[in-house]
Design a protein around this ligand. Structure first.
Ligand SMILES: [Zn+2]
Length: 357
């Protein structure tokens, strides 16, 4: 019987070797399929927490599909070619997009921070933080209250006179002593807002909380630091470390927006969606690897390029006939059917991947 039978990630659980080059298999020094290397690399560094999140998802009624998607995140690695630039290749995988999946959130929040940073370049912006008084309320009630208070604030004349538009991010922390502590980080464009006046206004909107922070940032480097701090946090790791807080957060945050734009910034697309339809999936990474092992020099050249695109040139535009060549040993498996495109997402956003190096 399989020794990994009790482990939910068993199919992918080969031990991680960060130095693993998948082409070593071709010379007999590694038993890793490249997709396993890609998958393991994606989830290296958070295995324990990942198991905990998966177990929590499995235990929540109605979340089986979500749990399955979470488990499969980073699998189905495919080799894709650019439609616009034939001969340029990337690897894409299926990603779960769950906000409790670390690699997915890290990726999404970096994109979000880049979008915001590009947008605010050259604009005078202010960074606000709005907090709620600690009172050990259940998380759902706190979030409802925070949302209602912020929408009240945005209807106030004093706010509208000074703030034209902005983007708001929810951050959630949890402390042993105080319980849940949701707060809002806002990046906004407008005029000077005296802190005391804002604090008084926030107290009127919340009924009991007056702690607000506002900073004007002119220096571009400082602004970038603030954006990274405001746009990428989401929730603190402490929440994932306890079963009760994790479960509550998984249930309560489901379907809630953690970021949105308002006023003149409405419509700013925080997701910077990549156009996967500009890339054509050619074959699964493992299939290409099997082809290379079976002696297909074309498949091998492509894999060597993918593994180290800076050093190994691309073999040029895709030539299916070369990929299909049977070298006479009859061992060629037929190419696997590529996944439907919308399911795919590239390993890295702005450069070609060599994540397993
Ligand atoms: Zn994921």
């Amino acid at each position: 019987m399989c020794t990994h039978a009790a482990d939910p990630f068993a199919p992918f659980l080969d031990p991680l070797e960060t130095e693993c080059h998948f082409l070593q298999t071709a010379v007999g020094s590694s038993s890793h399929a490249p997709s396993t290397v890609v998958y393991n690399f994606r989830h290296s560094g958070w295995a324990k927490t990942r198991h905990r999140v998966y177990a929590a998802l499995e235990s929540i009624e109605g979340e089986r599909t979500r749990a399955e998607s979470f488990r499969s995140c980073g699998s189905h690695a495919q080799v894709c070619e650019s439609l616009a630039e034939p001969g340029v290749y990337r690897i894409a995988t299926f990603n779960c997009h769950d906000r409790f999946c670390k690699p997915c959130t890290r990726f999404a929040s970096t994109k979000r921070a880049n979008v915001v940073y590009d947008f605010i370049k050259g604009r005078m912006v202010r960074f606000f933080t709005f907090t709620l008084k600690h009172n050990k309320e259940p998380l759902g009630d706190l979030l409802d209250r925070l949302k209602a208070a912020f929408s009240k604030l945005r209807k106030r004349k004093e706010w509208n006179r000074r703030v034209d538009g902005g983007v708001v991010f929810l951050e959630l922390t949890w402390h042993e002593r105080h319980g849940w502590h949701p707060h809002l980080h806002v990046i906004a464009e407008g005029r000077f807002f005296p802190q005391q006046q804002l604090a008084a206004l926030w107290k009127e909107c919340t009924g009991d909380s007056h702690v607000v922070n506002v900073v004007a940032v002119k220096d571009a480097r400082k602004a970038a630091e603030y954006v990274a701090k405001y746009a990428t946090k989401g929730y603190s790791d402490a929440i994932l470390e306890r079963d009760d807080t994790l479960r509550e957060a998984l249930i309560i945050l489901k379907g809630r927006k953690l970021s949105s734009t308002f006023g003149s910034w409405r419509g700013l697309n925080l997701h910077d969606d990549e156009h996967t339809n500009e890339w054509v999936p050619l074959a699964s990474l493992d299939d290409m690897h099997r082809q290379a092992l079976a002696g297909n020099v074309y498949a091998e050249a492509l894999l060597r390029h993918l593994q180290d695109p800076n050093k190994v040139p691309s073999p040029g535009p895709w030539e299916p006939a070369k990929y299909q060549i049977d070298n006479g040993n009859g061992q060629h498996p037929p190419p696997s059917k590529p996944l439907h495109q919308p399911q795919l997402e590239f390993l890295e956003s702005d450069h070609r991947f060599s994540p397993w190096l």
